[in-house]
Design a protein around this ligand. Structure first.
Ligand SMILES: [Zn+2]
Length: 244
C-alpha cells in the first residue's frame, strides 16, 4: 500500500499497549462499562499508522507539503477496503471547520483509515466533538489531534459581525456565535486584521481547551500519549501553518 513508504511502521513493542480502560477509569474515577468503551485490543489494521505523537505530526505535515506541491500520492482505495472492514487506527484526529474548501483528508494527502475528522463550522470543541475525540484517543489509540482553522472563515466572520452589530442571527446560528465569542472578544483592539486574528485565536483557545479537558483527554496529554496542535489552512496555497 502506498502509505507504507512514508515514515515506515513503528514496532508495536516500542509503544506497548496499556490497559487504557483502567487508565481512563482511574483518571475519571468512573466505572465505565467495559464492553461499551473497550480499547481496541486486536492488531491494528494499518500498522504504519502506529506512530509516536511527533512522528504522526511529521507525517501529517509531509502530506500537506505533497498536497501543496501538487504531488499527492495515488491512493489504492479499492484494495484497502478489506483491511479497513476489520477496524481502524487513524494516526491523527483533525477538528476542522465544515467549510467545503478545506477537506482534511485531501490537504494532508491521507487515505481512509488515516485521519479521524470531526467537523463543525468554526472548528470549536463542543461536547459532541470532545466525546468524539475521547473515542479516538481511548479506543482508536490516535496519537495526535490538530485543531484546523482556515483563512476567511465565514463562521468566525459572522460571529464578529453579530457581536459588533449587536444583532441576533436566525435559526440555530447563535450557537456558533456563542462558541466563537471568546476568540472574538480576545482580539478586540489588537492591531492587524480582526478576522485573521480571531481565526488564529480560536484555534489556540480550542487547543488549550482540549488539553485541559478532563478526564480523558487531559490524562492522555499529561501522559504524553497524545499531542494537540493547532494549524491554519491557507486557501490560496493549501499550506497548513502550525500555530502551536
Ligand atoms: Zn470556516
Amino acid at each position: 500500500m502506498c502509505e507504507r513508504c512514508v515514515d515506515g511502521p513503528i514496532k508495536q513493542s516500542q509503544f506497548p499497549r496499556r490497559n487504557i480502560l483502567k487508565l481512563a477509569a482511574a483518571a475519571a474515577g468512573l466505572a465505565m462499562a467495559p464492553r461499551a468503551f473497550a480499547a481496541n485490543a486486536k492488531a491494528p489494521p494499518k500498522p504504519e499508522n502506529v506512530l509516536s505523537p511527533d512522528l504522526a505530526l511529521d507525517r501529517l505535515m509531509k502530506g500537506n507539503a505533497r498536497y501543496v506541491d501538487g504531488v499527492s500520492k495515488r491512493h489504492d482505495f479499492r484494495h484497502e477496503r478489506e483491511v479497513l472492514s476489520k477496524g481502524q487506527n487513524p494516526f491523527a484526529a483533525v477538528l476542522s471547520c465544515a467549510d467545503s474548501r478545506i477537506a482534511p483528508e485531501y490537504c494532508f494527502d491521507t487515505a481512509r483509515g488515516d485521519v479521524f475528522v470531526c467537523r463543525v463550522a468554526g472548528n470549536f470543541a463542543s461536547d459532541e466533538i470532545v466525546a468524539s475525540l475521547e473515542y479516538a484517543l481511548q479506543v482508536l489509540n490516535t496519537p495526535l489531534i490538530m485543531v484546523l482553522g482556515h483563512e476567511s472563515c465565514g463562521a468566525v466572520d459572522a460571529a464578529i459581525k453579530s457581536i459588533k452589530d449587536g444583532t441576533t442571527l436566525p435559526g440555530h446560528l447563535p450557537t456558533l456565535v456563542s462558541a466563537l465569542t471568546p476568540a472574538v472578544n480576545a482580539v478586540q483592539g489588537q492591531p492587524g486584521d480582526m478576522l485573521t486574528n480571531a481565526i488564529r485565536r480560536n484555534v489556540l483557545l480550542n487547543v488549550e481547551q482540549l488539553k485541559a479537558t478532563a478526564p480523558i483527554i487531559k490524562a492522555f496529554v499529561d501522559d504524553k500519549k497524545v499531542r494537540i496542535v493547532g494549524g491554519v489552512y491557507a486557501l490560496k496555497s493549501g499550506r497548513v501553518e502550525l500555530l502551536s
